[in-house]
Design a protein around this ligand. Structure first.
Ligand code: GLP
Length: 259
């Protein structure tokens, strides 16, 4: 079972996960992080900034989850730009060690395989940070994605394009296609930390954690992972049926286990 940690707010979630990442990098300065975009992981990156004393992130390698296809990498909402602005620069990561899937249309049919190869060459992802879409997608693996999928091109659903329209001038400017780490790629990470906040994510979280394993809810793939940690606030946890047990298990957890 994944471990479900119900925290009081985003700041508490950020602190918990940032403490863990700082510890990881202290023990291995060449840690490989799987980086997620979206608003959800921001409290983690923010909390990490205040934990940099004695933690050198300059040798950390990173792989972003996904990218829009055909977007100019210099566009402020390309995931390359978002990762640079929100993670690489504030945390002092070495940009040369941080990769984003290549969304250039030319040769796109090979970019996915090349990306997974690069992850393998780096020794695999130690910790993959994840958000979840309101329709249960992780990365950009929309409902119907195969649990063994590798990094590849996907067509975004109308709902995801609507959800992400807030970052663009209009929904028409949201790209139609993306290139995303596959569910199979994500499941190869050694540790998955999925975060979710707010009422809007409650159904997706309940489906991912307690629902049947189903490609219709890609987030449910986490149930296949031997080490998955789900960090949610009260609102995102509100549709979980076993939240009392999750709290009880977490409160009584041996300290040495960490997250
Ligand atoms: C996008 C990203 C996902 C992210 C999701 C939720 O679709 N590709 O990785 O999890 O948005 O975004 P937010 O965290 O802003 O709710």
């Amino acid at each position: 079972m994944a471990e479900i940690v119900i925290v009081k707010d985003k700041a508490a979630a950020g602190a918990l996960v940032a403490d863990h990442i700082a510890e990881l990098v202290r023990s291995n300065p060449e840690t490989v992080l799987g980086l997620a975009t979206g608003s959800t992981p921001l409290p983690v990156y923010e909390a990490l900034r205040s934990r940099l004393e004695g933690v050198d992130l300059s040798r950390v390698r990173g792989f972003a989850l996904d990218e829009y296809v055909g977007i100019d990498p210099a566009h402020p909402e390309s995931y390359r730009s978002v990762i640079t602005r929100e993670v690489v620069e504030p945390l002092g990561l070495n940009p040369e060690l941080i990769r984003t899937p290549d969304g250039t249309p030319e040769g796109i049919e090979h970019h996915g395989e090349e990306y997974d190869e690069a992850i393998r060459d780096a020794g695999g992802i130690d910790l993959q940070i994840l958000g979840i879409g309101t329709d249960g997608h992780i990365g950009f693996n929309e409902p119907g994605s195969s649990f063994s999928s590798i990094t590849r091109v996907k067509t975004l659903t109308e709902q995801t394009r609507r959800d992400n329209a807030r970052f663009f001038d209009s929904i028409d400017d949201v790209p139609m296609h993306c290139i995303t780490q596959g569910l199979g790629t994500i499941l190869r990470a050694r540790h998955i930390v999925l975060l979710a906040f707010g009422e809007g994510k409650a159904a997706a979280v309940a489906g991912a954690v307690e629902g049947p394993l189903s490609a219709s809810l890609p987030g449910s793939a986490i149930q296949l992972h031997p080490h998955a940690t789900i960090v949610v606030d009260e609102a995102a946890a509100s549709q979980l049926t076993r939240s009392d047990y999750y709290r009880y298990a977490y409160d009584n957890k041996p300290e040495w286990q960490g997250i």
